[in-house]
Write a protein that binds this ligand. Structure first.
Ligand SMILES: C[S@@+](CC[C@H](N)C(=O)[O-])C[C@H]1O[C@@H](n2cnc3c(N)ncnc32)[C@H](O)[C@@H]1O
Length: 281
C-alpha cells in the first residue's frame, strides 16, 4: 500500500487508543502504529488510514479488532522467577496457614495469552498436591478478546513452552499434558480452576469477590502516571485486606499516589492492611 499514515491521522489514532485502552503511545512511534494497522487496512480494502479510523470509530466489532492490534501481548511462563519463588515458598504457605478452609482467589489482571495465569495454576496445584486441603481459583482477564480466546484455549507451543520445560523441568513433567505434536495444555485439574474473560482495567471489575493475590505485571508501563493511579485505585477495592499485589520487574509504585505499601521488591499490600498481616497472610 502506497498510502502513508499522516501526522494528524496518527494523532487521532493515539487519542483513540488512549480512550479505548488507557495506553499512551509516544509521538515518535508512527512506524509502529503504521506497521500494526497496515495489514488490516489492506484486508478491509480501504484506500487510507483515515478510512480505517472512521471504520473503527463507527463499528464495535472493528473496535475490538483494533484493540487486539494495538496492544502488546508479550508474555511467557514463569516470567521473573523471583516472583514465583516468593509465591511458592513464602506467600502460599503463609496464606494457607492463616486461612484454614478458605479458597485462594487470584486474578491475573492483564493475562495476555494466559501463560501467567497458567504458571500460577501450576504453582497452586503443586502446593495442593502437598496440602490436600488447599483449594484455589484463578481468574484471568485482558482487554484483548483475541488474547482471552487464547487463554481459554490454553494450548501452548514454541519458545515460551521450551523455556518452561528448560527452567522448570519437574513442574513441566508433572503438570503439562501433550495435546498433539508440540502442543501442550495444563493438566485438567488445573484447567478446571481457571476462568477467563475480557476486562478493561479502567473499569470496575464486576466480580463480587475480593482477591487474595492480584498479578498486575508488565501493563502499568503502557500507562502514564495519572492513569496508573486510576487503575491501581480500582484494583485496591478488589484486593482482600491481607492480599498482595504483584507488579512487573520494570515497574514501580514509588512515585505515585496509591493506596498500597511496599512489602518487598515487586510486592505490595494495601496501605490499610496492618503490619502484622505481612506475617499472617
Ligand atoms: C505485555 S502483556 C503482560 C502479560 C503478563 N501480565 C506478563 O507479565 O507476562 C500486557 C497485556 O496488557 C493488556 N492490556 C493493555 N491495556 C489494558 C487494559 N486497559 N485493560 C486490560 N488489559 C490491558 C494487553 O492486551 C496485554 O495482553
Amino acid at each position: 500500500m502506497s498510502v502513508i499514515l499522516n501526522e494528524s491521522c496518527f494523532n487521532e489514532f493515539l487519542t483513540l487508543i488512549h480512550r479505548l485502552t488507557g495506553i499512551t503511545i509516544a509521538k515518535n512511534r508512527t512506524s509502529m502504529i503504521e506497521g500494526r494497522l497496515r495489514k488490516r487496512v489492506l484486508a478491509l480494502n480501504l484506500p487510507s488510514y483515515e478510512d480505517y479510523l472512521k471504520r473503527v470509530q463507527s463499528d464495535r466489532m472493528e473496535e475490538a479488532q483494533f484493540i487486539d492490534l494495538v496492544t502488546t501481548n508479550e508474555t511467557y511462563f514463569f516470567r521473573t522467577p523471583r516472583v514465583w519463588d516468593h509465591l511458592r515458598n513464602d506467600f502460599l504457605p503463609a496464606w494457607f496457614a492463616s486461612h484454614p478452609g478458605a479458597t485462594l482467589k487470584a486474578w491475573s489482571a492483564a493475562a495476555s495469552s494466559g501463560e501467567e495465569a497458567h504458571s500460577l495454576g501450576v504453582i497452586c496445584q503443586s502446593f495442593r498436591d502437598q496440602n490436600s486441603a488447599f483449594t484455589y481459583q484463578i481468574q484471568g482477564t485482558d482487554i484483548s478478546g483475541e488474547m482471552v480466546d487464547l487463554c481459554r484455549k490454553g494450548e501452548y507451543s514454541g519458545r515460551s513452552l521450551e523455556l518452561f520445560q528448560r527452567t522448570q523441568p519437574e513442574l513441566f513433567r508433572r503438570y503439562m499434558v501433550q495435546a498433539s505434536d508440540a502442543i501442550f495444555q495444563v493438566h485438567p485439574e488445573i484447567k478446571k480452576r481457571l476462568k477467563f474473560q475480557t476486562h478493561n482495567l479502567f473499569h470496575s471489575f464486576s466480580s463480587p469477590e475480593k482477591f487474595d493475590l492480584i498479578l498486575l505485571r508488565n501493563v502499568l508501563i503502557y500507562f502514564k502516571t495519572d492513569d496508573q493511579e486510576k487503575v491501581l485505585s480500582l484494583l485496591a477495592s478488589k484486593l482482600s485486606a491481607n492480599g498482595i499485589l504483584v507488579i512487573g520487574e520494570s515497574e514501580s509504585l514509588a512515585h505515585i499516589r496509591v493506596p498500597y505499601r511496599h512489602v518487598e521488591p515487586l510486592i505490595y499490600r494495601l496501605a490499610t492492611s496492618d503490619a502484622t498481616a505481612k506475617k499472617a497472610a
